[in-house]
Ligand binder design. Structure first.
Ligand SMILES: *Cc1c(COP(=O)(O)O)cnc(C)c1O
Length: 387
């Protein structure tokens, strides 16, 4: 049997034709496709502005910079995330701290956040920015998190890399109802793809303009931003120290084409998740929580192997499933246990709920093209290995 990956892109003939059209056109970069893609995502998510870049990591970096995160500031992130959420704060020279996750949802714990904020205020070191991650595509409790952040005057970024197409209180993630900026990833394992690519949405013109400026070297042709009279029609000024984080036209055209099938992708993931719930009914694993108030995009399907019930078997099960051709994975080791973050002073035991989650979690395959027969094979193999 062929190897089943844990995630996989879905590319059709329309996607291919869209990219080929760009290859035959006048612009491979800095043409009409990027603004079209940005408008498409803004219209879809309901945010006023969208800024497309070459990865979600770049989008996070620009988001933090535009909020004004700089050396000496403090940024709080959850420990259960991809390292980029934290790394982007380090690019800004900021210090990092971690707010433990909720044992049920593996999203940032609102209770842990509340007590950490009141402690931080007492010690006179509040964060400048809190970044939340919608783990596996299931939205965080944004209303309560934003109430807390507002009460302490702290900015919020949503790392929605897993979560395009998800809804909270009926509103699409990316609408920024409860945040300053939301960031999506279009890496091929995510919900929709541009090969590499990322995008930030916001309702603030000021934040959008700052991100646009920094995306392309800090260079502007906008006369209102210039310090000198234009020397001629060629004239531009570099206002700030920016980067080259631009998305190409090829990527944006692929993004526009994929966006048309986004809802279909998420619906297909829901059908497969419903089937997993049925097939795993009698298997002794913990299934992800299903909150009727949230509509997950189901980027990942993470099951828990309860240590108290099954003993320490995650390593063995992982190994045996891989040997059977099933591309399981683990998302994620707590970020502060990475050597780079340990060197900054973090130690085992810092976020107990995150460490318990990490010991027990396995992501099993979930992507729109996963066949029912592969799903049957995955669940049957898991059942056999656990019996
Ligand atoms: C994938 C991912 C990123 C990074 O996305 P890139 O587009 O690969 O830079 C950041 N945060 C989370 C939570 C992710 O899953």
């Amino acid at each position: 049997m062929a190897y089943i990956p844990y995630g996989r892109h879905d590319i059709n003939d329309d996607d291919i034709a869209a990219v080929v059209r760009v290859l035959k056109s006048d612009f491979l970069t800095q043409g009409p496709a990027v603004p079209q893609f940005e408008q498409g995502i803004a219209d879809y998510s309901g945010a006023k502005y969208a800024v497309a870049v070459n990865s979600a990591t770049s989008a996070l970096h620009l988001a933090y910079l535009s909020i004004g995160v700089t050396a000496g500031d403090l940024v709080w992130v959850p420990p259960i995330t991809f390292v980029a959420t934290a790394n982007a704060a380090r690019y800004c020279g900021a210090d990092i701290d971690f707010v433990d996750v909720d044992a049920e949802t593996s999203n940032m714990s609102v209770e842990a956040l509340a007590s950490k904020l009141s402690e931080a205020e007492a010690h006179g070191r509040l964060p400048k920015l809190i970044v939340v991650v919608h783990m596996c595509g299931t939205p965080c409790d944004m209303e309560r998190i934003s109430q807390l952040a507002r009460a302490y005057g702290v900015a919020i970024v949503e790392d929605a890399s897993h979560a395009i197409g998800s809804r909270y209180q009926g509103k699409l993630t990316g609408s920024c109802e409860y945040s300053d900026i939301a960031v999506f990833s279009f890496h091929p394992v995510k919900i929709m793809t541009t090969a590499e690519g990322g995008l930030a949405t916001t309702n603030s013109l000021e934040l959008a303009e700052k991100m646009r400026l920094l995306r392309s070297h800090g260079i502007s042709r906008d006369a209102t931003l210039m310090e000198s009279e234009a020397h001629g029609d060629w004239y531009y000024e570099q206002i700030e120290l920016g980067y080259n984080y631009r998305m190409t036209e090829l990527q944006a055209a692929l993004g526009c084409s994929q966006l048309e099938r986004l809802d279909e992708f998420v619906e297909k993931r829901h059908q497969l998740v419903d089937r997993y719930f049925e097939l795993l009914q009698d298997v002794p694993v913990q299934l992800p929580p299903r909150d009727p108030d949230m509509y997950s995009s189901y980027h990942l399907f993470v099951i828990g192997l309860d240590e108290n019930q099954l003993g320490d078997c995650r390593g063995r099960i992982f190994h045996e499933l891989r040997a059977a051709g099933i591309g399981v994975n683990v998302h994620y080791m707590p970020v502060y246990l990475q050597p780079y973050y340990r060197r900054l002073g973090f130690e085992s035991g810092y976020c107990p709920a995150a460490e318990t989650y990490y010991k027990q979690a396995i992501s099993i395959p979930l992507f729109p093209g996963l066949s029912e027969s592969d799903q049957d094979f995955i669940t049957a193999t898991l059942k056999k290995k656990l019996s």
